[in-house]
Design a protein around this ligand. Structure first.
Ligand SMILES: C[S@@+](CC[C@H](N)C(=O)[O-])C[C@H]1O[C@@H](n2cnc3c(N)ncnc32)[C@H](O)[C@@H]1O
Length: 271
């Protein structure tokens, strides 16, 4: 897995940075959404019942977009992050969290890149945000098997994929480019690993959230689902979050671009 030298990570956000650039706010995604992408993960976990005593694992925790909210919230020793690029975590403590919190909250980190979960004990919540948008299906399958072995009874894993009509075969890591996964493939691989798998309507600007549960886990009811939208009011850049129909149409756009004849596309554009 590619890692970047530590000196590449410069301290202050610069105008013109784009996703994938060598800055801790950009390497993990669009820098202008560094705050939002952390907050939306934190809100999703809290909406699904996260409490301070839960054990949490953040697979590919990067520069702690979610971790900088989870670490202060959780009791000491409860936050666990896996991240091969250790310098991203260091940058988050240097520029976002400060170093005292490492002593106070004792977050734990592992720097493996083989999708194993090298921590003892089981987890109430596992999050893997924008990880399987970069893995071939063999790597995805390996990670789901590890998740199945690490979930506590009743635990939940929240993962994102870019849904598409094609899978990306193989076991390599694609970055900063992205790969798609067919929803049916995710469901099949989750079932092979012994995990229940359900799609969530929680807003994500580019990907789709899924919830995975072990054999003792229960699916969400439609009553539960009413409380899970992830919508953000008043922010024009996130306006699709509270317009489910427009969101569904936006999701169809790449499919339509591939399948519809040019004449029909032009006619639809004129409308
Ligand atoms: C798109 S970023 C997402 C980071 C984080 N989940 C977030 O939402 O901010 C993908 C992260 O996966 C990390 N990564 C790369 N190879 C990995 C591996 N083999 N296992 C786990 N994480 C990996 C990258 O270093 C990067 O921090």
């Amino acid at each position: 897995m590619a890692s970047r030298p530590e000196q590449d990570i410069v301290p202050a956000a610069e105008p013109g940075l784009k996703a994938g650039d060598a800055h801790y706010t950009a390497y993990v995604g669009p820098p202008e959404q560094y705050d939002f992408m952390g907050a939306t993960q934190f809100r999703l976990l809290c909406s699904l019942g996260l409490r301070r005593g839960h054990r949490v694992l953040d697979i590919g925790c990067g520069s702690l977009r979610a971790g900088r909210l989870l670490i202060p919230y959780l009791d000491p020793g409860r936050y666990h992050g896996i991240e091969p690029n250790a310098h991203l975590i260091d940058a988050a403590f240097d520029h976002e969290l400060g170093h005292d919190i490492r002593r106070i909250k004792a977050p734990r980190f592992a720097h493996v890149d083989d999708f194993s979960i090298p921590f003892d004990g089981r987890f109430d919540m596992i999050v893997a945000q924008s990880i399987y948008s970069h893995t071939g299906t063999a790597l995805l399958a390996r990670s789901l098997t590890a998740i199945a072995g690490a979930l506590a009874p009743g635990g939940q894993a929240l993962v994102t994929i870019i849904e598409g009509g094609r899978d990306h075969p193989g076991d390599h890591w694609v970055y900063p480019g992205c790969v798609t996964v067919r929803p049916a493939t995710l469901r099949r691989l989750a079932a092979d690993a012994g995990l229940g798998c359900e799609r969530l309507a929680w807003f994500h600007p580019r990907q789709t959230w899924y919830r995975l549960t072990g054999p003792e886990g229960r699916r969400l009811s439609w009553r539960d689902r009413r409380h899970l939208s992830g919508a953000v009011l008043g922010d024009p850049t996130l306006s699709l979050s509270h317009r489910p129909l427009a969101r569904a149409l936006a999701r169809l756009r790449p499919w339509a671009a591939r399948r519809l004849p040019d004449g029909l596309k032009r006619a639809l554009k004129r409308r």
